[in-house]
Design a protein around this ligand. Structure first.
Ligand SMILES: [Zn+2]
Ligand SMILES: [Zn+2]
Length: 279
C-alpha cells in the first residue's frame, strides 16, 4: 500500500509524507520542525524512521523546518545539485546529509521508487516528484509557472495527483500585491493558477488519475472552495462527476490533510467530498 498525507500545503509552508512498506519519505520541510514531528507522530512515524527528505526547491516555504529537524535527526536530504548547493548555503551543518539527484532520474529508496522531473519556477534546479510503490504511483506538481511536456509525462498514469492551484489570476491582478510580485506569480516561473491547475488535473484524469488533491493555495489570492469549484467545472465539462467519479479535495493549509491509501493503483480510502474543503 502506498500512502500519502499532506502535513501542510500553501504559500506559508509545505510538507508531505509518502510511505510504503515501512519506508517513509518526507517531501519538503517548509513548516516548523515541531509541526512536522507532530504531524508524523499523529501518523505513527518517528522522525528517525524517515529514509530521506526530498526537497523540491530552496524556497523558504519548502525548507523552513530543515535546520531544526536535521539537528534532531540526521536524515539524508535529496535534491538536485543546484538545490543542494543552496540548502548548504542556507541551512547550517547539512553538508554531510545532502545527496544530489539529477532532475529526470529515478532511484530506489526502500520500498519506494523516486523519480524527479524539472519544473519551471524561479529557483535553480527546482523539481516535482513521482513516487511509486506497491503498484501505485503518485505525482507532486506544485511550484511551477506553466505545464511543460516533462510535467505532462510525469502525471501520465499516476493514480494520485497533488496539483497546484495557487491563485485566481483576476484576484492577483486586482489585489494589493506590488506590481513586481504580481508579475512573478503570474509569470512563467511562478505558480499555476486555478485554471492552469484545472487543465493539468483534466489531463491527468483523462489518463486515468482518480484522486486529485489541490495544493499550494495562496492565502491572499484564493480560497479552497473557489479552487475546487474551478477544477470541478473543468472536469464536469469533460463528462466527469467530481462528486462521484473521482476524489477531488483541497489540501489544508495549516494542518495535516487526510491520508490517501492506494492499493495497486486503487484508492482504498479518501476524504469525503466536503471534508477537505473546510480548511
Ligand atoms: Zn517556490
Ligand atoms: Zn512554494
Amino acid at each position: 500500500m502506498l500512502t500519502c498525507t499532506t502535513l501542510a500545503s500553501g504559500s506559508s509552508g509545505n510538507a508531505m509524507l509518502v510511505s510504503c512498506g515501512g519506508t517513509h519519505v518526507l517531501v519538503d520541510a517548509g513548516v516548523s520542525a515541531r509541526r512536522i514531528t507532530g504531524g508524523l507522530a499523529a501518523l505513527g512515524v518517528a522522525p528517525g524512521e524517515l529514509s530521506a527528505i526530498l526537497v523540491t526547491h530552496e524556497h523558504h516555504d519548502h525548507i523552513a523546518g530543515l535546520a531544526v529537524l536535521t539537528k534532531r535527526v540526521r536524515v539524508p536530504i535529496v535534491a538536485t545539485a543546484p538545490t543542494c548547493r543552496r540548502i548548504c548555503y542556507k541551512v547550517p551543518f547539512v553538508d554531510d546529509l545532502v545527496r544530489e539527484q539529477e532532475a529526470g532520474t529515478g532511484f530506489q529508496l526502500g520500498s519506494l521508487w523516486v523519480e524527479s522531473f524539472p519544473t519551471p519556477h524561479d529557483a535553480a534546479g527546482s523539481v516535482g516528484y513521482v513516487i511509486s510503490g506497491a503498484g501505485s504511483r503518485m505525482a507532486l506538481c506544485t511550484d511551477l509557472g506553466y505545464v511543460t511536456p516533462e510535467v505532462l509525462a510525469a502525471v501520465e498514469g499516476c493514480d494520485l495527483l497533488v496539483c497546484e492551484t495557487n491563485h485566481d489570476e483576476d484576484w492577483v491582478r486586482t489585489g494589493p500585491y506590488p506590481y513586481s510580485l504580481k508579475q512573478r506569480i503570474l509569470g512563467d516561473y511562478g505558480h499555476l493558477s486555478n485554471e492552469a491547475g484545472a487543465e493539468l488535473a483534466a489531463r491527468a484524469v483523462e489518463g486515468g488519475t482518480r484522486a486529485v488533491v489541490l495544493a499550494h493555495l495562496s492565502q491572499q489570492n484564493n480560497t479552497p472552495a473557489h479552487a475546487r469549484q474551478v477544477v470541478c467545472r473543468r472536469l464536469a465539462a469533460m463528462g466527469f462527476d467530481p462528486e462521484r467519479d473521482i476524489s477531488l479535495a483541497v489540501a489544508p493549509q495549516d494542518r495535516p490533510g487526510p491520508t490517501y491509501r492506494l492499493v495497486r493503483g486503487e484508492l482504498a480510502s479518501a476524504p469525503a467530498c466536503g471534508e477537505a474543503v473546510l480548511c
